[in-house]
Design a binder for this molecule. Sequence first.
Ligand SMILES: [Zn+2]
Length: 424
Amino acid sequence: MKRDLYRGHVSGRNPQHSRRGESFWRAAMACLLLVLVVIGMHVRPAAADPLSVHAFRMAGDATRMRVVVEFDREPDFQWFLLRGPHRLVVDLPESSFAFDSEALEPRGLVSNIRYGKLYDGHSRMILEVKGPFAVERVDMLRNETSPGYRMVADIVAASEEAFEAALAEQAAPAGSAVKAPKAGNPEVPAKTGDDTFTLVIDPGHGGIDGGAEGVSGTQEKDVTLAFARQLRDAFKDKPGISVVMTRDGDRFLRLDERVRIARQAGADLFVSIHADTIRYKGIRGATVYTISERASDAVAKAAADRENLADSVAGVDVAEDNRQVADILVDLMRRETHGFSVGFARSLIREMSDTVQLIKNPHRSAGFRVLRAPDVPSVLVELGYLSNKKDEAQLLDADWRARAIDSMAAAIRRFAGLRNGAGG
Ligand SMILES: [Zn+2]
């Protein structure tokens, strides 16, 4: 029995042992495999863990925007442009997005932000932009004081031609998508290829923002629109100069929206039309303003302060923006554009001095927000003082307006000729 048992055991041992051994090894291998798989999942987090995209920030206005996106590590990424609507697309490895919904609120130049998984292993962020734009930079930077990386993208409103040129450039090499270039795309060309000179006329104020009020109750927003329409008509059916109006109706328009319209129209010249008021009722006459970091005098400073208030009339908070203005102004002053603005202002004053009463020292300068388009020569004309009875009556007089417009149109045509003659 025992022996049998033993024998049985012994006799049955080999086959049993081999069967048991087989299943043992099978189980062991299975366990090992499982362990390897589990280990594998933990050993390869860099490859399999989705990229953590944990913060989104946006600053700027309708003219330019800086977008910052935070990552837990350096991602492999690509960016490119799409049209219809105008978009900046950023392709990323599979990512888990944890954005604050408030930070994604559309504002300024950006009209919508979307993101999500594209397909296995790939995610995408899409910035929808209010009209054509140019990419000044897209950089991936290592955070200095915290772990992780951040993408910094600067976009600026630009003409449709500039956007199309950038699209063509990204399509040019064999690859369909452009690998993020370190230097970013070239800047908006100051002048488009065709010969037509684009004049953007900006009737000041509008809608809820009536602007200054005349002694007899005239509203600045009405005077500026009437004058702007008449100035536009001066170029009607004449070749060489095409006119774009920032508004052609009684509607409110933010100052940065006016600049955006000018840039996206590919403006060669921007003329903002206003009619000021001043405490001293005896003061009258027209003034031509250009932009400067420091106001040329107290009158200019006061005028810029008044005009810059236009946005807050409609409840737009301009405080954050004002902090950036100083830097932007310094940058503007360095550009060639500023020389063109000053040149045009002087020529405009020469023409107007024959037909229109000007104030003493009619060319002045200050930090007008509406003159901030970096590549568009820009002036702001205060046609006169609504606080002065005679000026107010003149502004409402069709004959006076016709004479003023003749002079302005002459200066604009000369400027257009110079620009075109210089070949841009
Ligand atoms: Zn005004």
